[in-house]
Design a binder for this molecule. Structure first.
Ligand code: RRO
Length: 299
């Protein structure tokens, strides 16, 4: 009932572990799948190893988190070394980031042997010199997607930033460059201040806001993208309950990514949401999840 196909993937359900939460090792990715995720996205991988920012890198708020991890990752060579030869019986989407189209293309070429698909991180909200600048300009989105499409046959998902006045323009640029899908949204640029220390809490000062507080913003982005594009839209942003998942599907999301809820509540959210989705479909008289995708678009 929950099975979906996106590109050439067959997934047991539409729930995907979002990038950057608990996805640094093959074992953790397998665990996410065992606990109910239909597919997983890895942490964003770049050309050089990065240790990330100093602590504190995460602030917990009543309705979500602000993070400024600072793109911690082992670099493509160590990542390839760790994942090469590992077998997975579920799709692995490798997230990559770079400062130029050439860097993205380089990473895609090097990592394609271990990737079932790529997610291009065009949208890290705070990393200086990366993501943000590239991802806010439709021309750059076009160039990065095109450069990656030129070097790999693997499906390419463009992850879009919400830190823009018109996310639809970014989606249209990705589609024009033949992206196979877009995912939306990455985190919203944000800050939290310690009123006694009288300074920003995060060591990087600003970070990206995620979780239930951003859900309506993400839902609107998905709705607009699904209306404007012919390629699939993957919904991300504060999905915590099965009701949230239903809203995103009705808004036109073909699959869903879950990040902050996994961080806050553990892997059990995958089964909880999958179970709720199934009950909802049965009660509403549907036989497959595909039947509800985009129903709220045409009213
Ligand atoms: O590593 C991070 O700080 C980070 C990344 Br790459 C991203 O894409 N989004 C985010 O909120 N944090």
């Amino acid at each position: 009932m929950l099975e979906i196909e996106i590109f050439d993937f067959k997934m047991e359900n539409p729930l995907i572990l979002a990038s950057g939460v608990v996805d640094m090792t093959p074992e953790l990715l397998r665990r996410a799948h065992r606990e109910g995720a239909g597919a997983v996205v890895t942490k964003s991988i770049g050309k050089e190893p990065r240790k990330g920012y100093d602590n504190p890198t995460v602030v917990e708020l009543p309705y979500g988190l602000i993070n400024a991890m600072g793109l911690p990752n082992p670099g493509w060579e160590a990542f390839l070394e760790e994942f090469r030869g590992e077998e997975f019986d579920f799709p692995i989407i490798v997230s990559i980031f770079g400062g130029t189209p050439e860097e993205f293309a380089f990473l895609a070429e090097k990592l394609q042997e271990i990737a079932d698909a790529f997610e291009l991180n065009l949208s890290c909200p705070h990393a200086r010199g990366y993501g943000m600048e590239i991802g806010q300009d439709p021309n750059n989105v076009y160039k990065v997607v095109k450069a990656v499409k030129d070097v790999t046959e693997k499906p390419v998902i463009a992850k879009l930033t919400p830190n823009t006045s018109d996310i639809t323009k970014l989606g249209l640029a990705a589609e024009k460059a033949e992206a196979d899908a877009v995912s939306a949204i990455n985190t919203l640029k944000a800050i939290a201040i310690d009123i006694y220390a009288k300074r920003p809490i995060l060591s990087n000062k600003v970070g990206g806001y995620s979780g239930p507080g951003v859900k309506p913003v993400a839902l609107r982005a998905v709705y607009d993208l699904a209306k404007a594009l012919d390629i699939p839209v993957i919904g991300i942003g504060g999905i915590t309950t099965w009701q949230d998942a239903v809203e995103f599907l009705l808004a036109g999301a073909s699959a869903l990514q879950i990040g902050t809820a996994v961080y806050l509540k553990g892997f059990s959210v995958f089964r909880e949401i999958a179970h709720g989705l199934e009950e909802y479909l049965k009660k509403e008289g549907f036989t497959s999840i595909k039947e509800i995708i985009g129903l709220a678009l045409n009213v």
